[in-house]
Ligand binder design. Sequence first.
Ligand code: GLU
Length: 272
Amino acid sequence: MTIARTIAAARKIVVKIGSATLAKPDGSINVPFMEEFAAQCANMIAAGKQIALVSSGAQVAGISTIDRWARRTDMNYRQALCAIGQVELMNKWSGAFIRKGLHTGQLLFTKEDFNDSLRALCMRNTLFTLVDEGVVPVINENDSVACDEIRIGDNDNLSALTAVLWNADVLILFSDIDGIYTDNPKTSQNAKLIETVDDISALRERITIGSANGFGTGGVSTKIEAAEKVCAYGIPMILANGGCAESLGALAESRMRGTLFLATNGRRHESA
Ligand code: GLU
């Protein structure tokens, strides 16, 4: 199975965009990227796909809005920043999608919401309704209410939980890395991109053995956790670089490489 074929076979796609992909080097939100990304989503939706977007960036957008708070580490300020940034983020996503003729709906979740069957049912129903009506759900953690006890903590795991909740056909994580490498690509010339992973436990061991500096990117472990969650449920996951021009279309047309985590459980839940 290739990445392009996995996307071609999928109808329901969860796409996660990380903060590093959404922010420019100066910390401001990359609006041209969002406009282009919305255009790619619109093309896919016009071709019959359904997309749920998990977007990070509330904190980054908050800081770029009120930069004098950038160094505040107190929890109330971090949460207040997310409250400010989430509005900015949604304004920009909403504008980008509306210019492509698509409405967006905001969904903010916490771990507790997924763990509560009634809340999870409501979340699922809302997701299905939005998508079935042609609206693009834009999902983030509810950072302003989530303290440690009820936090998921990262949007890799949040997008995996969302993919399972929605019975998605594939989860695509767009990050600032091209995928999983055999070694740290920043320091090792011999590092090779692992294009397919069919045994996540074996990959984990390889990473641990690989050394403490791993792949030099802090977020690899949550990406592997996300892959474990969805693959066990029968949903493949793609990890790729979201910073490349037209990344979604490029992946779908085999113009860009990434790492494909194959579903370990053959059982697929029926798409509703
Ligand atoms: N929910 C966080 C935010 O919007 C991002 C979490 C993550 O990057 O994984 O700022």
